[in-house]
Design a binder for this molecule. Structure first.
Ligand SMILES: [Zn+2]
Length: 203
């Protein structure tokens, strides 16, 4: 459990970390080495049955891409995070995160670390209903992922455009637990074939 006014913590490669952010605080995610995707989920601190939910978010935005100033909503359609500062602009709110089945089914690897289990582990320090937790870790924002939509409506997964030190900042609109997984996938361009660490800073 990491709490405090200002917290900066490393999210080791292939692992996740969760932090608490108070309403009004900013949450900055740094790609330390470059070309790394982070899977971000959030749960309300005052009522842990409320979590960031991308389905109402997509409906409210009526867009495939997030833009600076956009609000991410909860399962109760209340804003939980705002995309405050986004110099990179490549994120995804459609594809979800990797789970153990992604590696089993798509790559034939069992027991691979994955964002879903990482986020569940990171959220274990708080008392959150199991069903809510399972839903929250499926409703992730893929920070820095580079999914390009072509003119035929097909997405293409490319390497992230981020370089070492690039960052994105969200603003907490309610008190929240925010969990970030440094995606462990090395089998696709998702993380430039080499998962590395990230950093999360709350201030
Ligand atoms: Zn992942």
């Amino acid at each position: 459990v990491i709490r405090g006014v200002r917290v900066e913590t490393l999210v080791p490669a292939r692992h996740a970390v969760a932090v608490e952010a108070r309403r009004g605080q900013s949450i900055t995610i740094v790609d330390v080495k470059g070309k790394q995707v982070g899977d971000l989920c959030a749960v309300s601190l005052s009522d842990t049955s409320e979590y960031m939910d991308l389905t109402p978010t997509r409906l409210a935005l009526s867009r495939l891409q997030l833009k600076e100033g956009d609000e991410l909503l909860t399962n109760r359609r209340r804003p939980i995070l705002r995309l405050a500062d986004d110099p990179i602009g490549t994120h995804d709110m459609i594809f979800g995160g990797c789970d153990k089945y992604r590696y089993e089914v798509d790559f034939g690897i069992t027991g691979h670390r994955n964002c879903q289990d990482n986020l569940l582990e990171a959220l274990n320090s708080w008392v959150i209903d199991e069903t809510t937790k399972q839903l929250a870790v499926r409703e992730i924002l893929n920070v820095f992922i580079n999914q390009k939509l072509d003119e035929h409506g097909t997405f293409h997964l490319l390497e992230p455009v981020t370089r070492a030190g690039d960052s994105v900042t969200f603003k907490a609109l309610i008190d929240a637990i925010v969990a970030l997984s440094s995606c462990p996938e090395s089998q696709s361009p998702c993380n430039g074939y080499k998962p590395t660490e990230m950093l999360i800073r709350v201030e």
